[in-house]
Ligand binder design. Sequence first.
Ligand SMILES: Cc1cc2nc3c(=O)[nH]c(=O)nc-3n(C[C@H](O)[C@H](O)[C@H](O)COP(=O)(O)OP(=O)(O)OC[C@H]3O[C@@H](n4cnc5c(N)ncnc54)[C@H](O)[C@@H]3O)c2cc1C
Length: 310
Amino acid sequence: MKIVIVGCGAAGGTAAQFARKTSRDAEIVLYDGEGYGQYAKCALPFVLAGMRWEDIVEFPPAWFERQRITYKNETVTSIDVKRNTVTGKEEEHYDVLIIATGAMPACPFEAEDVFFLRRLDDALALREAMERAQSVIVIGAGLVGLEAAEALMHEGMEVTVLEYMPHILPAMFDRDMAEYAMKQIDMEVVFNCKVEKVAHNTVYAGEKYRADMVMVATGNVPHVPDGGVMSVDARCHAHDNVYAAGDCTKIKDFFGRDITVGLGTIAARQGRVAGINAAGETMHCCHLYSQRPQSCAELRWHRWGSSAMK
Ligand SMILES: Cc1cc2nc3c(=O)[nH]c(=O)nc-3n(C[C@H](O)[C@H](O)[C@H](O)COP(=O)(O)OP(=O)(O)OC[C@H]3O[C@@H](n4cnc5c(N)ncnc54)[C@H](O)[C@@H]3O)c2cc1C
């Protein structure tokens, strides 16, 4: 059996590891458009704050090769599910495919020469620019924006955060909790600020704001080579012989609503489930979804997986 995995983030890298643990014989091919192996995106703000980038790489390419996982530093440009092929530098056939291509930053306004923080290359580009800059505007007071702002302040930069909503962490907190959190941080945040455009390090938002550099942290959109978002069930199964995991997926929450999650913890868990199922065993993300195990034996299965993983 040949398993092809596209993407080597928390979901794809973990899927490759668990596919290998589940099947010692499967041929496994892992595509990574970035070339660093599996690293912790959650630690990117630490790279801004001076940590060596090598220290956030958890499993470098050579680690996968040692597990007999063929690591390809290539971007997959198309997937043909009818012919069971993916195309990077050349066409590759698969028996089972796992799509784990993550997400890309969303920017809801016109912007030029701005920075994002999604990939390691983004963090390295920011670090390089920081050497020539003293002030920065961060657009978005969500988790990524605030973590980046804190790291930039740690490095001695003058930071202004612009936020469209009336409080910080709008996707997580109501106003009262956000105001409590705001008291814990010493940061300049401009609220109710609707950015219309960024050009030449100037942010147009009714008023004009200017700094030496501008970073946009206004959320992410799922990223799949052929567009859209992958709907998956509790087995991370998308359709036929295709599984998907991580930020590129849409799942059902406890109430049966479609959601995209965008958390590394969930992506790693989905990667594990996708890898095990793709390699021929059965596992569910039962605690993430409304689906409940039927029996104690099934609960143990859900919780601990199969004996092949131990
Ligand atoms: C700054 C920051 C801080 C964060 N902090 C936290 C946190 O504290 N806690 C938490 O739970 N989550 C956090 N997250 C979110 C977490 O990092 C993501 O949810 C997680 O990385 C998603 O994993 P993934 O594998 O689905 O996607 P990704 O990690 O984005 O990995 C997808 C990979 O696929 C590759 N790829 C995409 N398309 C192709 C292609 N066509 N061919 C080959 N390769 C391709 C990409 O290059 C990428 O390496 C943070 C994210 C950021 C950016």
